[in-house]
Ligand binder design. Structure first.
Ligand SMILES: *[C@@H]1O[C@H](CO)[C@@H](O)[C@H](O)[C@H]1NC(C)=O
Ligand SMILES: *[C@@H]1O[C@H](CO)[C@@H](O)[C@H](O)[C@H]1NC(C)=O
Ligand SMILES: *[C@@H]1O[C@H](CO)[C@@H](O)[C@H](O)[C@H]1NC(C)=O
Ligand SMILES: *[C@@H]1O[C@H](CO)[C@@H](O)[C@H](O)[C@H]1NC(C)=O
Ligand SMILES: *[C@@H]1O[C@H](CO)[C@@H](O)[C@H](O)[C@H]1NC(C)=O
Ligand SMILES: [Zn+2]
Length: 659
């Protein structure tokens, strides 16, 4: 078990990290390699022959529900599938409700400073709130209890199928201590009990561990582990990673671990919004967007509230003719067809192939096709990352969630570009304005940033305009440097400014100047219609797809088509960035956020962080006092993914008491 490093070690590490931070451009996700190491516990379906009223003996506690009479028999599943939709609706009074994600900070995340907590909490709460507003589930009835792994607590099972205790535990494993998931110790209180049947044919049983209390009002348990792991240190671009640990009888993940690399919380370049997106990304993995779960995605369209009647979809990933691995499920295909404006039935969701052996699968979208998606393998500048419709379609196709697709953020990348968009041949033939060639300067495709034509390993030779390393944002007034270059080209920075390809210059140059990205003010006059303002000029129409001249300047301004004044949700983050509580360049004083108040997300639970190391004898496991708990029912007013409107409010969350 990992022990907290001594303080000296921290000091040394923070210095090292600072250096690393400055060179970081992209944040990589290592989800797949981590998930592969984790043993997932699955709740076995309730045995058809077991008496309905009896709690399943011995092995796994019932995870989903404790209400009487529930059982999932294959016959019933079949029966349900045959029923007509209207009848199902009648038999299904409990409609899906926003998923209640409980956050638990395990004992392993010891000793976070107040400043770190002040960054962590609002980011995680915002992410959890966003996910809850997107995904609904048939809620778990009663407290959520996780299962113990029978292969761990049990030395042997009765394997004679004619004995009464067939497949039950015969003898306890005396070395068994507790359940863990990715270095996190699951508290006994979150776990079902377990028993052994010492005699093959006798109902006499020995309780090995009593049943825990479980967590009320929870559909998913997120163990949030803030730590500086080897993985964080080994790969400087790793910000966080996640796994799922347990699934219910239908494959839906019930618990997962998200590890946030602690270095990130203390970094000078810390960004609240980037952290929110990272947690959403990792949560989506843990909730189902995972190659470890693709094979258990189900069709639950005819399921009952008890969860019977889901049928696995089987293999959802297939290689297409060009060798591209794709997810072929109904919602994903139609979302991608809609996005690319194509009716090609081969348009499955393309998966990233970098570092994946041919024919294998990854848990991220192909970067060339779905650049900017929250489920890309790298997350760029947070203002360019979208919770896009194709990702939400994939989550719907897991079968475990009802997804409000109207909450998707528009994905500008590739919009309407047709089925060959993003293919290797297509990106090089100069036919799409989303790609570029060479290494010149220009504009990022959202036109919020100036860009430089570049490639990366995920783009496999295709080039795109990526935001410049610094000073790229047209909407930041502070980026106006008053350089002679900027003055010559008439640039204006500010909230209404966008990037335009231009070679405007005030001075006559015999050689002419090359086209680069310049920041000018714009205002919308209609859909895909706008005017621009250059330093010293009047407002002038900039016809989409056209080229204009400006009085007093040599050179031209190119007016982008279908990029500006078309997507209402593409906008600079805020005109008053400083109001963000945690995306800070402001110093956080160590006390300013203690006893802070937070927006309640869907039943968010914070365990208190023990301030001293607790003895780890088995008897002590599970005594983490739940002091920081504020369980706030359900989210009636769903939390919108609004990066601008984030606000502290109302419900008080008590921080851990100082000792
Ligand atoms: C299985 O159990 C039955 C009934 O207890 C017994 O008759 C039979 O011999 C056992 N089979 C084996 C292979 O032990
Ligand atoms: C889906 O989200 C939209 C936009 O937030 C909201 O107006 C609508 O009521 C939601 N629909 C459902 C079924 O929750
Ligand atoms: C695309 O444009 C670049 C630079 O403008 C040029 O070098 C290249 O040959 C073009 N490629 C094709 C296939 O036209
Ligand atoms: C960008 O950063 C580099 C070094 O990190 C610095 O030299 C340069 O002046 C910066 N540019 C702007 C526009 O801030
Ligand atoms: C601006 O760019 C255009 C197109 O590349 C070119 O024809 C023109 O000569 C340039 N003008 C100036 C003033 O550099
Ligand atoms: Zn990932």
């Amino acid at each position: 078990m990992a022990l907290p490093p001594p303080p000296r070690f921290w000091a040394a590490m923070m210095m090292m990290v600072l250096v690393v931070e400055l060179s970081v451009a992209l944040q990589k996700c290592v989800f797949d390699e981590v998930q592969a190491r984790v043993r997932v516990v699955t709740a076995a379906p309730v045995h058809p022959e077991s008496p309905p009223s009896e709690t399943r003996p011995g092995t796994l506690s019932q995870l989903q529900t404790r209400h009487p009479g529930q059982r999932a028999s294959p016959q019933r599943a079949l029966f349900l599938k045959k029923m007509k939709r209207s009848e199902q609706t009648a038999a299904n009074p409990a409609s899906p409700q926003p998923i209640r994600i409980r956050v638990w900070v395990p004992r392993e995340s010891l000793g976070l400073s107040e400043a770190e907590k002040a960054r962590l909490r609002p980011a995680v709460e915002e992410a959890v709130g966003a996910v809850s507003s997107l995904l609904s589930v048939n809620r778990v009835h009663g407290p959520l209890l996780l299962s113990r792994d029978i292969n761990k607590y049990c030395k042997f099972l009765w394997k004679n199928s004619s004995v009464v205790n067939y497949n039950r535990c015969g003898r306890a494993n005396n070395n068994y201590r507790t359940e863990t998931c990715l270095d996190v110790t699951i508290p006994d209180d979150h776990l079902g009990g377990c028993v052994a049947y010492p005699e093959a044919n006798s109902p006499r049983r020995t309780v090995l561990r009593p049943e825990g209390a479980g967590l009320p009002d929870a559909d998913f348990l997120l163990y949030l582990h803030v730590w500086s792991t080897d993985k964080c240190r080994a790969e400087p671009n790793v910000l966080a990673y996640a796994v799922h640990c347990q699934t219910d009888a239908h494959g839906r993940p019930l618990a997962g671990v998200v590890v946030i690399c602690r270095e990130r919380l203390t970094a000078a370049t810390y960004s609240h919004q980037a952290t929110v997106q990272t947690v959403i990304h990792e949560l989506f993995h843990a909730l189902g967007f995972s190659k470890a779960l693709f094979s258990t995605w189900s069709d639950c369209s005819s399921s009952s509230p008890q969860g019977t009647g889901c049928s696995p979809l089987g293999a959802v990933t297939h290689v297409d003719g060009s060798g591209q691995m794709r997810i072929f499920t109904q919602s994903v295909v139609s979302a991608l067809q809609r996005h690319l404006a194509s009716s090609d039935p081969e348009l499955g969701g393309p998966l990233e192939n970098l570092g994946v052996s041919p024919g294998s699968v990854s848990s991220h979208w192909e970067s060339r096709v779905l650049q900017g998606s929250i489920m890309g393998a790298v997350l760029g500048d947070w203002t360019t990352v979208r919770v896009d419709p194709v990702t939400l379609a994939a989550l719907r196709d897991t079968g475990w969630y009802t997804v409000n697709l109207s909450r998707a953020q528009s994905l500008v990348w590739g919009d309407g570009e047709g089925e060959s968009f993003g293919s290797l041949s297509h990106c090089r033939d100069n036919s799409s304005s989303f790609f570029c060639s060479g290494s010149g300067l220009g504009c990022h495709y959202l036109h919020l940033h100036k860009g430089e034509c570049k490639t990366d390993q995920y783009l496999e030779g295709c080039h795109v305009y990526k935001p410049l390393k610094n000073g790229s944002e047209c909407w930041k007034e502070a980026n106006h440097k008053g350089s002679s270059e900027a003055d010559q080209s008439g640039e204006i920075f500010g909230f209404e400014s966008r990037c335009f390809f231009s070679n405007l210059t005030k001075e006559f140059l015999s050689t002419g100047s090359s086209v680069v990205g310049c920041c000018y003010r714009h205002r919308c006059t209609g859909l895909n219609r706008y005017q621009i303002l250059v330093s010293g000029s009047d407002w002038i129409d900039c016809p989409a797809g056209g080229i204009i001249q400006i009085q007093g300047y040599q050179g031209l301004v190119f007016c982008p088509d279908r990029r500006l004044c078309l997507y209402p949700d593409v906008a600079p983050p805020s005109d008053n960035l400083n109001t963000f509580p945690a995306s800070t360049t402001n110093p956080i004083s160590s006390t300013s956020y203690s006893h802070q108040t937070f927006t309640p997300a869907a039943g968010l639970t914070w365990s208190s962080l023990p301030l001293a190391d607790v003895p780890r004898a088995p008897a002590q496991v599970g005594v983490v006092p739940a002091l920081g708990v504020t369980a706030v029912g359900c989210i009636a007013a769903a939390v919108v993914i609004s990066y601008r409107k984030y606000r502290l409010s109302r419900i008080r969350v008590h921080t851990a008491p100082e000792v």
